[in-house]
Ligand binder design. Sequence first.
Ligand code: 6R9
Length: 663
Amino acid sequence: MLNHHKEDTIESVLKEKRIIHPPSTFSANARIKSFQDYEKLYQESISDSENFWGNLAEKELHWFNKWDRVLEWDPPHAKWFLNGKLNITYNCIDRHLTSSRRNKPAIVWEGEPGDSRTLTYEELHVEVCKFANVLKQLKVTKGDCVAIYMPMIPEAIIAMLACARIGSVHTVIFGGFSAESLKDRLKDSQAKILVTADGGFRKDKIISLKSQVDIALKNNSSIVEKVVVVKRTSESIAMEHGRDYWLHDLQQDISDNCPPEIMDSEDALFILYTSGSTGKPKGVVHTIGGYSLYTHITTKWIFDIQDTDTYWCTADIGWITGHSYGVYGPLSNGATSLFYEGVPRPSNPGCFWDIIERYKVNIFYTAPTAIRSFIKMGDDIPKKFNLSSLRLLGTVGEPINPEVWMWYYEIIGNEKCPIVDTWWQTETGGVMITSLPGAISSKPGSASLPFPGIVPDIVDKNGDNVPDNTGGLLIIKNPWPSMLRNIHGDRQRFEENYWNSLSKKSDEHIYFSGDSARRDSDGYFWILGRTDDVMNISGHRLGSMELESALVSHQAVNEASVVGKPHEIKGEDIYAFVTLNNGFEATNELISELKQHVVQEIGAIARPGTIQFTRELPKTRSGKIVRRFLRQIAANQNIKGDRSTIVNPDILDELKEQAQLHN
Ligand code: 6R9
């Protein structure tokens, strides 16, 4: 199987002609049942978009006070549902308590060691209120930032909702990040409180989160005031007097009554950090009203969740997918959302299929990198399990190779489940381009068509349209409810990075995604990848600059340039070219040391696959490293393109020759 997908190149994607239609039984019961229905909805959404979003907001959400205006668009600054008052936790929890959903599981959770927990909507309400009261007791008030650095356990979700309940702003920091990354994000967000756990279980090991916290906070009394620690692994950990508190101690005798804070539609809900093309991660800010509506309606129409469904999104809550389609979207729809602490591992390669069988999961949403690793493990593993409960599959995070799509369709979906390939970003808050499972036929490898209300386009770097089937920059032409509102503390970066990137037509204020794509003659979008120096490693965004800074912070490294190299499971792998300081020798030991150093600086997801030492890097006259050539070398391709811009062209052949040793 993998042999096929290795050959997936842009050319083979261009040749992809298969079309898979929604099964008629699926369409008959779906919310959006036909292509005509989609087209009608799309037309309505575009011809009077404020009316479209206003009607949905009124119908789908509970507001304490209705808004005065749907949209104020002062490009690139948008305000949605002006003066509307709401609380996302009221929509995600309280409103379900007056119906039969009260006793329905909201969260079904399984730990890696096999322990499990179910929280009904009523129980979730109690837990969120108790946690919210703990935060209040710690003097967290509206607008304060609370950081969450947790394994995938129910308390992580409860903590997010507790923040939203009292109007504080959460920033979830992926539990796989190192102390250094944690520290940077805590500083930038100015979080007052940090919620963490003694540890978590991952790949049969204990991840000691609290010790990372201790390193991050060491000699840094100005970062967070207090740390709330959830007991998960019961490992012995250090607790600093006056700073660290066990959650169970704080919760003794705490009230379970905590009315939701009345929030303005444009108050911040969360900050989530993501990599950009500079060394400093961007704190993407989302606000309550627009995000509530957009995650609600995309979940409802794309995943077509019905009240009897069990839905599972495998993303960690440290990423936007976990926020929008693990927590907020499903709960707002009153769904049962499943969470799993662990990941497939050699001791339990079939754990995902086992969970699908045991919990009778109906809707399953995961990433291409995971699917590729399942293919590699062999069809025998999923075939041992009963996957017949599944009725819909989804994918997100990176382009899915057509052959990988077909495997997912045939082996996991048994050719009866539609697949939604959903294109979106941390910045967009929710899915922008996707098929709708009952209405839009899929072409394997294409994210399909825009969601209602979204107007994507493909342009060149001047902002001019490119013909169909030609690659170009993927842009969005209109504002949408869950668009990012800011980069935390850096309005200028927000404006320049996303809205002023096209030289000629910057006055048009179109949203620049940083991805390239092509549109075919049926209007389907095919995402080709990033156009900036951001890599996509197993569906996680990592900026070249962040990695380079991490490498250069090692005493042996003089200069580093990092590019992505195609990888059969991860999509891309990290390939670093490094020059050394005098007195350091290029040894295998140093390679291992540098890899470990990057893990320490950023986290395990950033471990470079290859480090190649060199005496020089290819540079322009103005001293800029030319990554384009380095990408070709890393990919083991012939060097193509104009070398005349480089001052030291000879280095290219030398690098190429040495690269053979690494490939
Ligand atoms: C949701 C999420 C965003 C970047 C995005 C693009 C890539 C996401 C994709 C996809 C092709 C899809 N991406 N979904 N590429 N097809 N269905 O992943 O957010 O972590 O911010 O990453 O991921 O390159 O620009 P985020």
